[in-house]
Design a protein around this ligand. Structure first.
Ligand SMILES: NC(=O)C1=CN([C@@H]2O[C@H](COP(=O)(O)OP(=O)(O)OC[C@H]3O[C@@H](n4cnc5c(N)ncnc54)[C@H](OP(=O)(O)O)[C@@H]3O)[C@@H](O)[C@H]2O)[C@@H](O)CC1
Ligand SMILES: [K+]
Length: 503
């Protein structure tokens, strides 16, 4: 079952394949009419779902992005919506299709204003952003900049056509500001700039609209990554045989925790149990027994000093391992890890301080390995201060070390040898809090123990973890979310997925 959803490309590449298809006989106006119809449908749905007044204000630039807005506006007018347009440029400076559909809009009774200043724009109803799309380069200035600031300040919901104006669809750069979209109605394919840099802060919800580009152009487009195909996730849920016992359900060994950091170990172990592991045993440094006195009943604890014999014995029975959360950077921890690492044969997740101690060794590991660094940890692994080309550097790292790399963040990226990078654009800002990474590590380890291949375990783990964050924030707020809330939300996420798998 494929994990790859929408191909994600640069805005430049999108413009290239559109142009090529038009040179080969497709109609640009046909594209615009279909795009406009899809956009009008999305706007109507947004208004219906939010129970808003049927009122729309078009913000129109001089290109075909503005033409799309006029086509959608005309259709909405004809359906009885109140629609007015603000065209920031003189008609004669606009693209031929923009001019033509402005005329159609006025013919249908729509009013078009030509504001001299942004303050003249009256932000009524839903704002439809057709200022700039794939043709945008450089930075916002003058009336475009003032308009974006003005509409953002209005707090009216903004739906962006194709790309929120001001976001660079190639790089995610926002200079100095962009339309703060409640929803981005992307045409054809999502643009990589949505997921890079500041871009991710401006796109809101992503909704696709098909404008009729033939599939062969999509296939030949040079992709940077793929969005995760969420529809296929339910089929990844491990099968449960009636007769299984806890070792068959998945035995996870954790090497985690250190004096003063029992919490990370507990979060990761509980997450592994909640994500379906049949049994989890925590190996923790000797001397922290008191700190673990109130550990949950389900977690088996074994202290270690410097002899890995007990761990090696258990390793022969384990189905997966996890190494790192709360381990600390003391030298003896690294020495201990190195005393058994070459004997691992089962899939293993390495996180946090595990990454620190084992840096430079991953290529030699004979077992399937999932690394889960956040951006700063990734830079440390690469030995750099900042990324020059994040995609290229991470893909190369995954390839050279033959590992699965989960680059945690908003969004999270998954890299794997010979596979396209995956983007998981899920989660909640409230998840930027201590311990959420430990939860993810435990979840991925549990899924590995239940026999999912590493890339699949990483993708399902990241999705479920992010979705749990969304559920918590929906029930409460993003401000109060703490890592252990995710454990409580996981049953709901499992329920969602298993209900879908029955459909
Ligand atoms: N092609 C197709 O088949 C289809 C295209 N479709 C739609 O068309 C959109 C692309 O349209 P587009 O190419 O006309 O450009 P668009 O994004 O509207 O920009 C307008 C103009 O802004 C200008 N500009 C650039 N940077 C600037 C800056 N910093 N500050 C100020 N101005 C700046 C630049 O003009 P310039 O300044 O170079 O003269 C540019 O031409 C695409 O996103 C989708 O919505 C769909 O209908 C489906 C089929
Ligand atoms: K736009």
């Amino acid at each position: 079952m494929s994990l790859e959803g929408y191909k994600v490309i640069t805005a430049r590449e999108m413009a290239r394949i559109e142009k090529l298809s038009i040179q080969e006989g497709a109609s640009d106006e046909g594209y615009m009419l279909k795009a406009g119809a899809g956009i009008a449908e999305r706007v109507a749905l947004f208004i219906k779902e939010k129970r808003l007044q049927k009122r729309v204000t078009l913000l129109v630039g001089k290109g075909n992005n503005g033409g799309d807005a006029f086509v959608a506006g005309t259709l909405l007018l004809k359906k009885g919506y109140i629609v007015q347009a603000y065209h920031l440029f003189p008609t004669e400076e606009s693209s031929p299709l923009c001019q033509k559909h402005k005329q159609a809009f006025t013919d249908a009774g729509g009013l078009v204003f030509f504001p001299k200043k942004a303050a003249e724009i009256s932000c009524k109803g839903v704002l439809l952003d057709g200022l700039l799309g794939t043709g945008f380069q450089g930075q916002l200035e003058g009336i475009l900049l003032d308009t974006v600031e003005h509409v953002n300040r209005s707090k009216q919901p903004i739906l962006a056509i194709d790309i929120p104006s001001g976001v660079n669809g190639n790089t995610g750069e926002v200079n100095p500001i962009a339309v703060n979209a409640a929803e981005t109605i992307f045409l054809g394919l999502p643009k990589i700039g949505f997921f890079l840099g500041e871009g991710y802060n401006y796109i809101g919800k992503l909704s696709p609209v098909d404008f009729g580009l033939e599939l062969r152009y999509v296939h030949q487009a040079c992709g940077m990554a793929h969005m995760l195909n969420e529809k296929n996730l339910p089929s990844l849920l491990p099968e449960l045989t009636r007769t299984r016992h806890k070792y068959q359900a998945g035995y996870v060994l954790a090497v985690s925790g250190s004096p003063g950091m029992p919490g990370a170990a507990m979060l990761t172990c509980l997450a592994a149990l909640r994500a379906g592991a049949g049994i989890i045993r925590l190996f923790h440094p000797m001397g922290m027994e008191n700190e673990l006195l109130h550990a949950p009943y389900e977690v088996i604890r074994t202290p270690y000093k410097d002899d890995p014999a007990a761990l090696l014995l258990e390793m022969s029975r384990a189905a997966a391992m996890l190494i790192g959360p709360g381990l600390g950077r003391a030298q003896e921890r690294g020495t201990f890890l190195k005393s058994f690492i070459d004997h691992i044969t089962v899939p293993t997740v390495i996180d946090a301080d595990g990454l620190f101690h084992l840096k430079g060794m991953f290529a030699k590991f004979p077992f399937p390995c999932v690394l889960t660094p956040h951006h700063r940890e990734m830079l440390q692994l690469l030995g750099k201060e900042k990324f020059d080309d994040m995609f290229d550097e991470c893909q190369k790292f995954a390839h050279e070390n033959a590992i699965t790399l989960v680059l945690k963040g908003a969004p999270t990226f998954i890299f794997h040898k010979d596979k396209p990078p995956l983007i998981i654009a899920r989660g909640d800002p409230g998840m930027a809090t201590a311990g959420t990474g430990d939860v993810l590590t435990g979840m991925i380890a549990a899924l590995l123990a239940q026999k999912l291949p590493p890339r699949e375990a990483a993708a399902l783990g990241v999705y479920m973890h992010a979705r749990a964050g969304e559920c918590v924030a929906e029930m409460n707020t993003s401000y109060d979310l703490i890592a252990s809330d995710l454990l409580e939300a996981l049953p709901r996420v499992f329920k969602e997925l298993s209900d879908l798998s029955l459909m």
